[in-house]
Design a protein around this ligand. Structure first.
Ligand code: NOJ
Length: 757
C-alpha cells in the first residue's frame, strides 16, 4: 500500500520510502522539499462541522493547508480526505484523524470519575484498549485523552471527565490509559495515539468557573497538579493538548516556560503539542496579544505546534516569517513534531492503516458486533460506590415488588455522561431496563418518572443550548405534583423504592460550572414525598461531581453512587442492587458537606492551628456552623461484606537511603460473602523544610477475599515514596520521621512510624 500510494505522485516531491527505517532522516528529507506555505499548512488542525464541510476540507487538504482533522468518524469521509492528502496534494503527506475518545468510543465506559472509583488499573487499561480498538476501526488515529486534570473543586463541570483529586491515583490512571490507547505502539492498526490534556492545571480554575485563571504556587503545581501529565508522558503519550487557562498570569497557549522549559527540556517530551479549540485566538481576549497576529506569534514561539479550529497560523505566520518576527526554525520545530507524530502513528508506512479498503468498510456502524458490552459491564460494576447501606437494605431480592422512580431511571442519554464520543444513546442500557431484565419472571418493577431533573426552565434552556445537534433535556409537561403523586402511589404498592436521581449529564460537562451542589429542588421534593411513605428508600445517584448529600445521607436507607456508568450501566447497577456483584468502588474525590467547605481534598497542607475532631474550641482552622471534614472521605466505599485491617507491622523502623522497608497489614473478610477491598497506603511526613500535606496516598492494592479469609498485604516503602518538591523545587527525600498509614479509606487507618536517615 505504502509504495503504491507514495510513489504515485510527481517525481521529486514526496516522502521517501527508502528512508522510512530512520525517522529523523525521513522527516529531514521531507522537510527539505517543503515550501514555507506547506509547512504552515501542517500546523492546522481543523474540525469538521457545519461551517467546514468535508468537501471544503478536502480542497484545503489537497492544497496542503491542513495537517489533521477531528470530529469525523466515518470511513468514507476520512478516506476521501486522506485521498486528497496522499493523492492530490503536492507532497502527499498524510493527514491524521482525531476525536475525543475520552471514556469509550462506540461502547461507552463510565466517566473518568467512575473509572477512577474502580481503583483497578487493569480494568481502566482494558477500557482504554477497547476504546482504541473501536476508534481505530472507525478510522481514527488520535484521541484527545486521557484528561488528567486534578480537580478539587466540584463546582467545575469537567470534574466528571477527570479522575479526581489525588496526584498519585490520577498518575497511575494516566499511565494505564496511555498504555491502553497506544497498546504496544501508536503505529499499530488497532492503536490510537494519546494526547494528554489539558496541559496544564486546568482543574484548578478559580472558583470552579470553566476557562478561568489558575494562580498557584510552584510547590503545589509540582507536587499535586503536574504529576499526572508527566506520568502520561513518561508512559509514552505522543501528544499533549494545551489548556485554555492562564497560569500565574501567562496563558498556557503562550507560555514558554510551560511548553519549553518544563515540557520539552525538563520532561523531554518529543511529541506533538496541539492547542485547545480556538485557544490561540483567545490570547487576544486574555489580554496578552493585541491582535491575531500577535497571538499567532506568541503561540508558535511558545511551542504550540498545531492550532485547533482557527485560521490564525495560516493567515499570520507567512507575514511573521517574512518580517523576521518568527524564524523558519521556529516553524520547523513544530513541523518536525507534527511529522514525527504522523510517523509514530504509522501514517507514512500506510496512510490508510486505520481507514482500510472501501470493500472492508463496516456495513453498519452501529452493529452490535462492533460493541464490547461485556468489558463495559465489568468496568461499570467496579466503578459503583456504595455510600450507605443501613440495615442491609441492599442487596434487594429479585422477587420483591420494587418502585423504580426518578428522572434518571430511564434516560439513555444521561447514562453515557458527557464526551460520549460515537456512543449512541439507543445502545444504552438504562437502570429500568437493567432491573427489568434481572427481575424478569421473578418480582415486579413499578416505574414512574416522579420528577423532571429540574423544573428551572432557565437551566433546561441552558443545557439544551450546550449541544446544538439534539435536545439534551426533554421535560415531562405534567405538573410536578401529579408526577410525584404517581411515584408515591407506585411506592405505596412496593416493598422498596429505588430512586434514580442526580444531575442530567449536561450539568457535569464542559462549561457547566455550578453554584450549588445539591440535588435539584424538583427531585428533592420527590425524595421527600417518597420518604414520607415510610418504605425503604434506595438512592441510585447519577452525577458527575461530588454533590452535597447531607439530606440524602440522613434520609436514605441505602445510597449507591453510580456516576454516569455508560452503555452497560443499567446492567451493572442492577448487578450491584441485586447482589450479583459486591460493590468495590472507592471515592477518588472527597464529598463535601456543603458547597462552602470547598475545597475539601484529603491531602491538604498542615496548618498551625488544625481543627481536631471531638475537641471543641475556637481559634482553630474550621467552620463553626457545621461539622468539619468531608461527608464521605477520599478512598471511601462500602461493601456487602466487612473487612478489618490489623495493626501495621514494619520490617524495620529505619529506612536506609537506597533501601526499602516493608509495611504489612493483615486484611480479613469478617462478613459472609466474597468481596474486594482496596487497601490504601498513606504517608505522613512529620517534619520537613516546607509545609507538607497531612498525608499522601503512596500505594494501594485491590484484593478479593472469601468470607473468613485473611491476607497479608505488603507495601515496600523506599526513599522515592518520601520525596517532595522543596522550596527550590528539588525533588528530595529529607531525613526525619514518617508515619505509614494503612486503611480502607483516607480517614480510618492504622499507623506505624519509621525514620529515614
Ligand atoms: C474543547 C475541549 O476543551 C477539549 O477537551 C476537546 O478535546 C476539544 N474541545 C476538541 O473537541
Amino acid at each position: 500500500m505504502l509504495f503504491a500510494v507514495l510513489l504515485a505522485g510527481p517525481a521529486g516531491a514526496q516522502p521517501n520510502p527508502a528512508l522510512l527505517h530512520d525517522k529523523q532522516a525521513f522527516i529531514a528529507d521531507l522537510m527539505k522539499q517543503m515550501t514555507l506555505d506547506e509547512k504552515i499548512g501542517q500546523l492546522r488542525l481543523i474540525s469538521i462541522g457545519p461551517d467546514m464541510p468535508r468537501e471544503k476540507i478536502a480542497q484545503e487538504i489537497a492544497a496542503g493547508r491542513i495537517g489533521g482533522t477531528f470530529n469525523s468518524v466515518v470511513h468514507v469521509d476520512n478516506r476521501m480526505m486522506q485521498d486528497a492528502a496522499v493523492k492530490k496534494s503536492r507532497l502527499k503527506i498524510p493527514i491524521f484523524f482525531a476525536y475525543d475518545v475520552v471514556h469509550g468510543h462506540r461502547t461507552i465506559f463510565p466517566i473518568g470519575l467512575g473509572q477512577a472509583s474502580s481503583w483497578d488499573m487493569g480494568a481502566i487499561e482494558r477500557g482504554a484498549r477497547v476504546a482504541a480498538i473501536e476508534a481505530s476501526a472507525d478510522s481514527l488515529d488520535m484521541t484527545f485523552a486521557p484528561m488528567v486534570d486534578i480537580s478539587r473543586d466540584p463546582r467545575w463541570g469537567r470534574t466528571s471527565e477527570g479522575f479526581g483529586e489525588d496526584p498519585y491515583l490520577v498518575s497511575r490512571i494516566a499511565r494505564a490509559m496511555v498504555k491502553g490507547y497506544q497498546g504496544a505502539s501508536p503505529a499499530k492498526p488497532d492503536s490510537i495515539m494519546a494526547a494528554v490534556k489539558h496541559f496544564a492545571l486546568y482543574g484548578a480554575v478559580e472558583g470552579g468557573r470553566d476557562y478561568n485563571v489558575v494562580d498557584m504556587s510552584p510547590q503545589r503545581m509540582y507536587q499535586d497538579y503536574l504529576p499526572p501529565y508527566h506520568a502520561a508522558i513518561e508512559a509514552g503519550a505522543g501528544g499533549v493538548m494545551v489548556a485554555l487557562n492562564s497560569i500565574n498570569g501567562v496563558p498556557a497557549s503562550a507560555n514558554t516556560w510551560l511548553m519549553q522549559d518544563l515540557l520539552r527540556k525538563d520532561w523531554g517530551f518529543r511529541g506533538v503539542a496541539v492547542s485547545d479549540h480556538g485557544a490561540i485566538t483567545e490570547l487576544v481576549r486574555h489580554g496578552v496579544a493585541r491582535d491575531g497576529r500577535e497571538a499567532a506569534k506568541l503561540a508558535i514561539k511558545a511551542g504550540i505546534d498545531m492550532s485547533m479550529a482557527d485560521t490564525l497560523y495560516l493567515q499570520e505566520l507567512p507575514g511573521l516569517v517574512k518580517s523576521g518576527e518568527v524564524s523558519v526554525e521556529e516553524i520547523d520545530r513544530s513541523v518536525r513534531n507534527i511529522l514525527g507524530a504522523k510517523y509514530d502513528m504509522g501514517l507514512f508506512q500506510d496512510p490508510y492503516v486505520r481507514i482500510g479498503a472501501a470493500a472492508d468498510d463496516p456495513p453498519d456502524l452501529y452493529a452490535e458486533s462492533r460493541m464490547h458490552r461485556a468489558d463495559a459491564r465489568e468496568v461499570a460494576r467496579k466503578s459503583l460506590v456504595l455510600l450507605e447501606n443501613r440495615n442491609q437494605t441492599l442487596p434487594l431480592a429479585k422477587t420483591a415488588t420494587i418502585a423504580l422512580v426518578g428522572p434518571l431511571a430511564d434516560s439513555p442519554l444521561d447514562m453515557m455522561g458527557s464526551w460520549s464520543a460515537a456512543g449512541k444513546s439507543q445502545s444504552s442500557i438504562t437502570l429500568r431496563r437493567g432491573m427489568e431484565e434481572a427481575m424478569r419472571g421473578k418480582g415486579r418493577l413499578l416505574y414512574a418518572v416522579g420528577a423532571n431533573v429540574t423544573d428551572d426552565q432557565q437551566i433546561v434552556d441552558y443545557l439544551n443550548f450546550l449541544n446544538w445537534d439534539h435536545k439534551e433535556v426533554i421535560q415531562d409537561p405534567r405538573p410536578p405534583s401529579d408526577m410525584i403523586a404517581e411515584a408515591v402511589a407506585a411506592a405505596r404498592r412496593a416493598d422498596v423504592i429505588v430512586a434514580a436521581v442526580g444531575e442530567s449529564r449536561g450539568m457535569s460537562h464542559e462549561s457547566s460550572s455550578r453554584t450549588r451542589l445539591d440535588i435539584p429542588a424538583s427531585q428533592r421534593a420527590l425524595l421527600q414525598a417518597l420518604k414520607a411513605t415510610g418504605k425503604p428508600l434506595v438512592l441510585v445517584l447519577m452525577n458527575g461531581r461530588p454533590l452535597d448529600l447531607q439530606w440524602e445521607s440522613a434520609n436514605a436507607d441505602a445510597m449507591l453512587e453510580t456516576w454516569y456508568s455508560g452503555t452497560e450501566g443499567g446492567h451493572a447497577i442492577a448487578d450491584v442492587l441485586f447482589g450479583d456483584y459486591n460493590p468495590s468502588g472507592k471515592l477518588p474525590i472527597s464529598f463535601p458537606r456543603s458547597i462552602g467547605q470547598i475545597p475539601t481534598y484529603y491531602n491538604h497542607p498542615r496548618v498551625g492551628r488544625p481543627f481536631v475532631e471531638g475537641k471543641p474550641g475556637n481559634y482553630t482552622s474550621q467552620y463553626f456552623e457545621e461539622k468539619n471534614g468531608p461527608l464521605y472521605p477520599f478512598g471511601y466505599g462500602l461493601s456487602y461484606t466487612d473487612f478489618t485491617v490489623s495493626a501495621v507491622s514494619l520490617s524495620s523502623a529505619r529506612l536506609e537511603r537506597g533501601g526499602r522497608i516493608a509495611a504489612r497489614v493483615t486484611v480479613t473478610n469478617t462478613g459472609r460473602r466474597q468481596g474486594e477491598a482496596v487497601v490504601q497506603l498513606y504517608i505522613r511526613d512529620e517534619a520537613a523544610s516546607v509545609v507538607r500535606p497531612v498525608k499522601e496516598l503512596r500505594g494501594f492494592r485491590k484484593l478479593a477475599l472469601e468470607p473468613g479469609e485473611s491476607r497479608t498485604v505488603q507495601f515496600d516503602i523506599g526513599e522515592d515514596d518520601l520525596k517532595f518538591f522543596n522550596a527550590r523545587l528539588e525533588h528530595v527525600a529529607e531525613p526525619g520521621e514518617f508515619e505509614a498509614q494503612i486503611g480502607l479509606d483516607s480517614q480510618s487507618v492504622q499507623s506505624a512510624r519509621f525514620e529515614l536517615r
